[in-house]
Design a protein around this ligand. Structure first.
Ligand code: PMP
Length: 358
């Protein structure tokens, strides 16, 4: 037998695990990881290149460890009276979550979440030695305030994780649930709002709850609506004391000067970067209506993807779509698949292939 990682003195709890990640396949129509599949506008790309070129001239120096200009730009983007002191960023919101759990989780501490939800929440909990606890949802993947409070009383967690809109279901999160959970715990309440920009226009988000709630954290990302997944920038808004905690665990200079420059340049064109959100929501709604017409059961969604049931054999449908150059997400939820809304052409390709297979 060739030497493998099991022959190394690796941590026992990592033995036998497989790395997390959607299959990476180079196919013409990739609708499996909820990206914004529209390329960014050319004039914005030029500005980003120019900003990165300037940063390269000083790449011999470490970056601003406090990424002050980026935090100012993110605070300006979020609004809600937030300032740089409320903002923290990292290489994707995955790293924000990791830093939160490094600071507030860990051995002997527990994290309550509500599956099905974003799987990295429990994986990062495990990776930081925190104990993950599965909470129960109500019908239709909802979590009522009463259910959240009952689950907190039952499990007494140190941290409560919510995801709204929830991945992989796309379903909304009731803000009354977040408020009730906050009042029911002395611990942290973390709301992952990676898909917030796809919510119906005018819907309040958990950012509106931050005022006066020092233990509430709202995370966002530039990877989804903002069309910046490759650059790896996620961030959170919370009381300044939370950012002080993250300073204790972050690696020094964790955000490169090139990343900071690119993100600041992109944020100065926020309207253009987000120009496709309306179009993506239109394609999402189109997916929902065609799936319904084909006899599938899509869940109501406030995000840029659709989870749909009524798939007799998800493995087979996944493979047959792949043969046609289209990749969706097969999450192992019985009779379900998840698809991201793409460009009009990509969405059409998916719907036509599915019609063909059905
Ligand atoms: N949260 C949720 C709910 C997600 O779906 C994702 C990406 N799939 C992330 C966080 C992480 O995104 P990123 O690290 O690119 O910010």
């Amino acid at each position: 037998m060739p030497f493998s990682l099991d022959d190394l003195p690796i941590r026992d709890d990592l033995r036998g695990l497989t790395p997390y990640g959607a299959p990476q396949k180079s196919v013409p129509v990739a609708l499996n990881v909820n990206e914004n599949t529209h390329p960014i506008p050319e004039d914005v790309a030029r500005d980003i290149v120019e900003a990165v070129a300037q940063a390269v001239l000083q790449v011999n120096r470490y970056p601003d460890r406090e990424f002050t200009i980026l935090r100012d730009a993110l605070a300006g983007y979020l609004g809600h009276g937030l300032t740089r002191d409320n903002i923290w960023a990292a290489n994707g919101s995955n790293e924000v979550i990791q830093q939160i759990l490094q600071a507030f989780g860990g051995p002997g501490r527990s994290v309550l979440g509500f599956p099905p939800t974003y799987s990295m929440h429990s994986i990062i909990a495990a990776g930081t030695g925190s104990t993950w606890i599965d909470g129960a949802r109500d019908e239709g993947f909802t979590i009522s305030p009463e259910t959240a409070v009952a689950e907190i009383r039952r499990t007494d967690p140190d941290i409560v994780f919510f995801c709204g809109p929830n991945n992989p279901t796309g379903t909304p999160l009731d803000l009354a649930t977040v408020e009730a959970a906050y009042d029911a715990t002395d611990g942290l309440v973390f709301v992952d709002e990676a898909y917030a920009e796809f919510m119906p226009v005018g819907q309040p988000t958990a950012l509106t709850l931050l005022e006066g709630r020092e233990r509430l954290i709202v995370s966002r990302t530039m990877s989804k609506a903002f069309a910046f997944a490759g650059a790896r920038v996620g961030y959170m808004a919370a009381h300044p004391a939370v950012t002080d905690a993250l300073r204790l665990v972050r690696l020094p200079y964790h955000l490169s000067s090139l990343t900071q420059a690119a993100a600041v340049a992109a944020l100065s064109h926020a309207d253009e970067m987000l120009a496709m959100v309306g179009e993506i929501s239109t394609q999402r709604d189109r997916i929902v209506s065609v799936l319904t017409e084909l006899g599938y059961t899509p869940w109501p969604t406030w995000s840029n993807f659709v989870l749909f049931g009524g798939v007799d054999d998800p493995d087979d449908v996944f493979e047959r779509l792949l043969e046609r150059g289209i990749i969706v997400r097969n999450l192992g939820i019985p009779n379900h698949l998840r698809v991201s809304a793409g460009t009009e052409a990509e969405t059409t390709a998916f719907l036509e292939a599915l019609r063909d297979i059905r």
